[in-house]
Design a protein around this ligand. Structure first.
Ligand code: SF4
Ligand code: SF4
Length: 200
C-alpha cells in the first residue's frame, strides 16, 4: 500500500476500475461477436474490442476510442449473456464510450448517436422512464434532424405507439437523485455514503 512506485494505468486497468471486468481473462472465443446483432454496422467486432483493450498500446487505444463500434453498440447484452468466461463486453463498450466522450473522440459520423444518448438520459431524468414524445422532441432539437422518420409518425400514433401525453413514474424524485449523484464530480465511490441533502 505504501510503495511510491508510479504505475501508469493501462486501458485494461481503467476498464477494470469502471466495470469490474478484467478483459485479460478474455480468451478470444468469438461467441460475443457471433451473437451481436449490430456487428454488420461495426468497424471492430466485440471480440476485437476486447483484444485491443488487452493489447492496450497507444495505437490500440487510439483505434478503440475513435471507432464507430462504440456508437453502434445498442447495449442489448447478447454478448454478455453468451460469454463463457462471464465477462461483460457490453459494460466494456459502455466504459469505452464514456472514455471516448471524455477525451473528445466521438467520431463526427456518430454525433447524432451521442445526441440520442443525451436526449434519452434527459428524458429518463425528468420523467423517470423512457417517454417517446419528449425523447423524440429533444432528440430532434439537439440533432436538428427535424424531418427524418417523420412519415412514420402517423402510423405510430394510430397504433398507440406514440402517446401524446408523456408517461411519468411516481418515483421521479428518486431518479433525479440518482442522476445528481452520478453527475457529481466529487462523488465518492462508496454506495453507502448519503448526504443529508440527498435524503428524501
Ligand atoms: S465471448 Fe467472452 S471470452 Fe469469448 S471473445 Fe467474447 S468476451 Fe472474450
Ligand atoms: S451489447 Fe453491443 S456489442 Fe454486445 S451484442 Fe449487443 S450490440 Fe453487440
Amino acid at each position: 500500500m505504501a510503495h511510491t512506485e508510479t504505475h501508469e494505468k493501462t486501458l485494461a486497468d481503467k476498464i477494470l476500475e469502471r466495470t469490474g471486468v478484467d478483459v485479460r481473462e478474455c480468451y478470444q472465443c468469438g461467441k460475443c461477436t457471433a451473437g451481436c446483432p449490430m456487428v454488420q454496422f461495426m468497424d471492430l467486432t466485440p471480440s476485437q474490442v476486447m483484444r485491443l483493450v488487452q493489447i492496450g498500446d497507444r495505437e490500440a487505444v487510439q483505434t478503440l476510442l475513435s471507432s464507430q463500434t462504440l456508437w453502434s453498440c445498442v447495449g442489448c447484452l447478447t454478448c454478455t449473456q453468451r460469454c463463457p468466461k462471464d465477462l461483460d463486453p457490453a459494460a466494456v463498450m459502455d466504459a469505452l464510450r464514456e472514455i471516448a466522450y471524455q477525451e473528445g473522440l466521438v467520431p463526427d459520423a456518430q454525433r447524432n448517436v451521442l445526441k440520442f444518448h443525451q436526449a434519452f438520459l434527459k428524458t429518463v431524468e425528468h420523467t423517470g422512464r423512457m417517454s417517446e414524445v419528449p425523447l423524440t422532441a429533444l432528440y430532434k432539437t439537439l440533432s436538428r434532424d427535424f424531418f427524418s422518420d417523420v412519415l412514420l409518425a402517423p402510423a405510430m400514433l394510430l397504433r398507440g405507439k406514440l402517446p401524446l401525453v408523456p408517461r411519468v413514474i411516481g418515483g421521479r424524485k428518486e431518479v433525479r437523485r440518482i442522476f445528481k449523484r452520478c453527475l457529481d464530480p466529487e462523488r465518492p465511490d462508496r454506495a453507502d455514503e448519503e448526504t443529508q441533502e440527498d435524503r428524501p
